[in-house]
Design a protein around this ligand. Structure first.
Ligand code: PLP
Length: 464
């Protein structure tokens, strides 16, 4: 056991007794077994009994440069000794926070040069919306309050960001802000109407957006928020031209575009930010988190266009000019030290180039899994991918047995030493960016073997 004094069973029991996990299924929470992860190295993690796994999900889309990085550990330790913390409020700053803001302004496209630091992705999205509302009030358009988001999206776990998110499972027992937040369809090419071309599908989605704008009235709409590729909603890759088309509609109707790059930022799609190089858009605000520190410290940030910021600051500031948003730990020196070192490593080790090289190989290798009957589709972009199970043959929506299929594959992956993330009928994959071709081959071969084992089990149960 990794911990000398405590057995895996004891850790598990203690955890079940006291911890409420994120997104806990309360029906099973007190009884389900836990996997205790206690060590990581490169793209592998180890459980408390010493079993090694390929980490197919980079922790939670975040450990981009991999585990056990001594340089980051040292940067954190050094900063903790020098200055663990000082307030970011008022006129105070610290050298690392100022430098990280400069670096982020340089890495983001266009005039996105104003950075507010948060401690999470939820905080970044929350801050973006608060800025947008503040902005329209400050420029004398207080009626511009409504927000358009998308079904199946995920933008966080604060009340505001959960209101933006569009998963049905997240919409029971809460009182979300549905009076000003509207959800339109998310692009899901695999589940589009059979026979519809991708071009026509894209036009359909753009049309739905424009109809929604007209229904609410552009004068009432503040912003549109979107993940570049919807992540936890199922790695939904939009058709070509989707983001460009949505951005053009936002410009036509004076609606701000928030691109939520919490998952896609810092190399996952082969670039620090995907907005310009992949989607050919410059949004008005970008939110990021996760890969900003590769998970070595909790952090998020919203990066805002100079054009917006300048319009409501300095000589242009409104009468009540306090933008009362920010956190005790905004620009935390230790967190900033981790982020700066992480970005330096991504640049120095050409990690974005590496992703551009191995990413297409990953997607191509996953495609070979489509030969199995229980696999409906594999899809993704660089190191953000998924396998969608479809044994029901239903082209429009997953059924219960498709979900059972995914869970069965997941169980065999676990046994064979590969961690994937099951979500409905999907197995989501987002390995650390440092994974090499050999690691990709191993990952895909475990998946193939697990799919074969699952197929046998599903047959034995009469599900196929
Ligand atoms: N936005 C997106 C696109 C995410 O995927 C997530 C988390 O997965 C968040 C925001 C929320 O980030 P956090 O969990 O750090 O608050």
């Amino acid at each position: 056991a990794a911990h000398p004094a405590v057995t895996t069973e004891q850790i598990s029991e203690t955890d079940k007794r006291h911890t409420i996990h994120p997104w806990a299924d309360l029906a099973t929470a007190p009884t389900t077994g836990d996997l205790v992860i206690s060590k990581g190295e490169g793209y592998h993690v180890y459980d408390s009994d010493g079993k090694r796994y390929i980490d197919g999900i980079a922790g939670m889309w975040c450990v981009n440069i991999g585990y056990g990085n001594v340089e980051i550990a040292e940067a954190i330790a050094k900063q903790a000794q020098k200055l663990a913390y000082y307030t970011p409020f008022g006129a105070m700053t610290n050298p690392l926070s100022a430098e990280l803001a400069r670096v982020l302004a340089e890495l983001t496209p266009g005039d996105l040069n104003r950075v507010q630091f948060t401690t999470s992705g939820s905080g970044a999205v929350d801050s973006a919306i608060r800025f947008v509302h503040f902005y329209f009030n400050a420029i004398g358009k207080p009626e511009k309050k409504h927000i358009i988001s998308r079904l199946e999206s995920y933008h966080g776990s604060s009340y505001l960001t959960a209101s933006l998110s569009g998963k049905q499972v997240d919409r029971t027992y809460f009182h979300y802000m549905d009076d000003i937040i509207h959800h339109i369809s998310c692009p899901n090419p695999y589940r589009r109407e059979p026979g519809l071309s991708l071009e026509a599908y894209c036009q359909q989605l753009l049309g739905e957006f424009e109809d929604k704008i007209n229904e609410i009235g552009a004068d009432n709409i503040a912003c549109f928020i979107a993940e570049p590729i919807m992540g936890s909603g199922g790695v939904l890759v939009p058709p070509t031209g989707y983001h460009k088309g949505m951005k053009a509609l936002c410009e036509k109707y004076d609606i701000l575009y928030i691109l939520d790059e919490v998952v896609t930022g810092f190399g996952r799609l082969g670039h620090f930010f995907s907005a310009e190089p992949v989607w050919e858009i410059i949004p008005d605000l970008i939110t990021c988190a996760k890969g900003i520190t590769s998970g070595y410290q909790p952090m998020g940030a919203v990066i805002i266009s100079d054009r917006l910021f300048d319009r409501i600051s300095g000589d242009n500031a409104p009468e009540a000019a306090y933008f009362t948003n920010g956190y005790t730990y905004s620009g935390h020196p230790i967190t900033c030290a981790a982020a700066l070192k992480n970005i330096e490593i991504i640049q120095r080790d050409n990690i974005c180039e590496h992703v551009r090289e191995v990413g297409p190989y990953f997607i191509e290798r996953l495609k070979t899994l489509e030969k199995y009957d229980i696999v409906g589709e594999t899809r993704g972009n660089h190191l953000m991918a998924c396998v969608e199970c479809n044994i029901s043959g239903n082209p429009v929506a997953a059924e219960d047995k498709d979900i059972t299929a995914a869970r069965t594959v997941d169980k065999f992956c676990d046994e064979a030493g590969l961690i994937v993330r099951p979500y409905e009928a999907l197995l989501i994959l987002s390995p650390p960016l440092v994974i090499d071709k050999e690691g990709i081959d191993q990952l895909v071969s475990i998946l193939a073997q697990s799919i074969e084992q699952a197929t046998e089990e599903l047959k034995a149960k009469g599900l196929i």
